[in-house]
Design a protein around this ligand. Structure first.
Ligand SMILES: [Zn+2]
Length: 98
């Protein structure tokens, strides 16, 4: 497993630049219904997960598990803001300039 010691800001930038990817994870835990795992290009988890609903990033540790993800109270459960489209749009706008 890659041990990059990234912070959330760095991960956000790397996702936008395409260095890191989001991956659906079919794990044993229910949290992966609501979260996607962040992986690098070798498909190694980098210790972060993103909420599918509000696109918020969370650090998580394999050793401590997904309890911090389970505690996440998703704001979009009530308001349904279109942050996911914002992410998609951002990506779309950033890529062609490369
Ligand atoms: Zn959320």
């Amino acid at each position: 497993m890659a041990n990059l010691n990234l912070n959330i800001e760095q991960v956000t930038l790397k996702i936008k630049s395409g260095e890191l990817l989001c991956q659906e994870k079919s794990g044993k835990s229910d949290v992966w219904l609501n979260f996607e795992e962040i992986i690098d290009k070798e498909e190694q988890p980098v210790g972060f997960a993103m909420c599918k609903n509000c696109s918020q990033l969370f650090k998580y540790d394999y050793k401590t598990g997904t309890s911090s993800l389970k505690r996440h109270k998703c704001p979009s459960d009530e308001k349904q803001p279109k942050i996911t489209t914002f992410w998609g749009k951002k990506k779309f706008l950033l890529l062609p300039k490369k």
